[in-house]
Design a protein around this ligand. Sequence first.
Ligand code: APR
Length: 312
Amino acid sequence: MGKPKVTVIGAGFVGATSAQRIVEKQLADVVLFDVVEDMPQGKALDMMQSASVEGFDTQILGTNDYADTAGSDIVVITAGIARKPGMSRDDLLNTNAKIIRDVVTQVLKYSPNAILITVTNPLDVMTYLAWKISGLEHHQVFGMAGVLDSARYASFIAEAIPCSIKDVRAMVLGGHGDTMVPVPQYSTVNGIPITQLLPEEKISEINDRTRNGGAEIVKLLKTGSAYYAPSASVVAMVEAVLLDSKRVLPCCAFLTGQYGLESVYCGVPVVLGRNGVERIIELDINDSDLDLLKESAEAVKDLTIKLDQASA
Ligand code: APR
């Protein structure tokens, strides 16, 4: 049996770092694709030359030719433009939608049954678009946001308590934007809800910082957006699928009535395995969090309508 094959579309900051993490963990052989001529080849060559030092046997190929992506088990889509200071993820809508349409059409020609994991922003709408264009089952198409937002939340919780990050499990639901919903009730330190460990004002402060976690980094970087935590998060999802480990992770998944939400991609906890999203977990959340989740899903729906109108 050959090694699994993962294609990463977009060899920019998120794409290249994801490729690096996948080969270093020896999860799969990687094809790194970009439209910029020679750049993915250069990055792939550089990564391959780290193999003897890092000690990995997995291969990485850089390419501008979709034919090289043929037979991929998973395709991670990071292609698109990233935010600049002052921009919201939603400002990327039309530019990135064009890119997603092109990428998904090309990818499917060569890997008709792949699992697609989207990273491009605005995440929830791009995931919906990828699913719609692909014609794949919705459990095969999902987005990376919740793992990242929860990882950010966890880091702020560990800092506030303070405690080891290893003992923190954080939960963030909803769209990947200003309306995301950190859920203190399901965010724990080794099973102890943070509501028992931190005062309400502190929780509300770190909830806000989590919602603005991406923007805080964009403001500091000035020329691009975050990529270390985003790539770590997408690789956690790739690993769960390839190893069929049934990890319970918050992901951008297609809802069919859960949480009272229908036909919308939004962040919820799911079981991730070889078939992609194998189950959606419906948490018993309090009414105010449920209202916020519904508001967040509405914001995603509004943006989807805007996109449909722009492309009509
Ligand atoms: N096909 C393939 N690659 C493309 C295409 C396309 N049609 N259009 C652009 N790209 C490539 C660019 O050439 C670039 O190398 O996508 C890459 C994007 O990389 P960066 O600009 O470094 O952006 P990055 O920080 O990686 O973010 C990518 O992920 O987190 C989100 O908001 C972020 O939408 C953005 C995406």
